[in-house]
Ligand binder design. Structure first.
Ligand code: NAD
Ligand code: TDX
Length: 359
């Protein structure tokens, strides 16, 4: 059997596409948090490109995130597990940037099967369609959670060579998707790249996630619900820094390679984040409560981002505290964007039996 492409041919073709500047870019999950930030970023940085957003508009999507771009993008509502819909949108596409996924750990614990369906079958469906349509680049957005977690007393970090060891239904489904992406590179020479990034934060993040949930609850005069003892550590990455990293990978990344993207230079626990948010909102009283812990809660994630720094010249633009202040301001000024979904998120947590243990 002849392979659809020779690797050298694809590399040259891919470079030619990116140098020619005009590109048809398909962004899956573009109505979600990181996807919508990336659509804004790409439309601003590459106004000549044709942008198609493909999104199933699940509970996690918010059309309002793209409202100001209405005349600059094509929005297609569709499911990445639907091969016919995917084939229809893939025609003529040069580059796929794949964000669409079920992304929330607490929902994966409550209802895991949709995670395997969307994240593994959906990614596989896109890959097969991209192969048939001979796209010049498929970039897959993944997570540091595929590597498992790091004991709190250990100082090592995850890197591109860390063995996969997912511990939750969400991270297992993301790990599965990464393996299928790599298989399409090895077997069919589909020109892929992968980025494994850490916890993102910033505008347009669903109120179910720690930072927006905490800010919104403080704005409502409520407490921040901290799981367990709050000593868990995440490697926070501002979403715009992440968008710049993806752009660099698309422009200069090596086909078939993985890039780890993280943000922090020092460790900050969930409890410390809660304290920083209380201070940022000018509050002084104790606004923290300890609630039911997450099942199988990963204690620490940390990423060594030296590869993307050395090879592509990427680094975060500002430190965590600066970006956290920007984020707090955004939520203060955009209540209309989060009001409804914040109520839905709180109903979800209530239905899961979240209980206050101590204050
Ligand atoms: P999100 O939950 O905010 O948005 C996901 C988007 O995908 C939504 O718009 C949703 O409607 C869409 N979607 C879900 N199922 C779909 C389907 N079957 N077909 C088409 N569209 C579908 O997610 P996010 O936080 O923006 O994460 C984006 C990507 O980045 C995901 O792949 C996630 O695993 C990865 N990631 C996220 C983080 C983070 O901190 N948020 C960190 C690392 C990696
Ligand atoms: O109310 C809360 N209280 C709390 O203590 C919530 C919502 C979370 N937490 C804790 C759990 C985690 O230790 O805060 C930490 C962050 O939780 P999330 O915001 O739910 O993120 P996390 O589970 O770490 O996963 C995120 O980063 C990696 C994204 O949701 C994933 O999609 C990504 O892959």
């Amino acid at each position: 059997m002849t392979l659809p492409y020779a690797l050298d041919t694809i590399t040259v073709a891919q470079i030619a596409k990116f140098e020619s500047k005009i590109m048809k870019i398909l962004i899956t999950g573009g109505a979600g948090f990181i996807g919508s930030n990336f659509v804004h970023y790409w439309a601003e940085q590459h106004p000549e490109d044709s942008i198609i957003v493909f999104d199933a508009l699940t509970y996690a999507a918010n059309r309002a995130s793209l409202a100001s771009l209405q005349n600059k993008i094509t929005f297609v509502e569709g499911d990445i597990t639907d091969r016919e819909a995917v084939d229809a949108v893939m025609a003529g596409v040069d580059c796929v940037v794949h964000f669409a996924a079920e992304s929330h750990n607490d929902r994966a614990i409550a209802d895991p099967f949709i995670f395997t369906k969307t994240n593994v079958i959906g990614t596989h469906t896109l890959l097969e369609s991209a192969r048939q349509h001979k796209v010049s680049r498929f970039h897959h957005i993944s997570t540091d959670e595929v590597f498992g977690d790091i004991p709190l007393n250990e100082k090592y970090k995850f890197s591109e060579s860390t063995r996969y060891n997912p511990r939750s239904p969400y991270s297992a489904s993301k790990a599965g998707s990464d393996h299928v992406v790599n298989a399409y590179f090895e077997t069919y020479k589909l020109p892929v790249t992968i980025s494994n990034c850490t916890n993102n934060f910033g505008p347009y993040q669903h109120p179910e996630k720690l930072i927006p949930r905490s800010i919104i609850r403080l704005l409502h005069g409520q407490n921040i619900p901290i799981y367990g003892e709050g000593n868990q550590v995440r490697d926070w990455l501002y979403v715009k820094d992440h968008c710049r990293a993806i752009e660099l990978i698309l422009q200069k990344g090596k086909i078939g390679d993985t890039y780890c993207v993280g943000g922090m230079t020092e460790e900050v626990t969930n409890l410390q984040i809660a304290q920083k948010l209380i201070k940022a909102l000018g509050l002084s009283e104790n606004k923290i409560e300890f609630v039911t812990d997450r099942a199988g809660h990963d204690v620490k994630y940390a990423i060594d981002w030296s590869k993307i720094n050395k090879e592509l010249g990427w680094q975060p633009e500002h430190d965590f505290d600066t970006w956290l202040t920007t984020t707090v301001e955004w939520y203060k000024n955009n209540e209309a964007w989060w009001k409804e979904t914040a109520n839905e998120a709180e109903s979800f947590y209530k239905a899961q039996g979240e209980q206050v243990l101590t204050k």
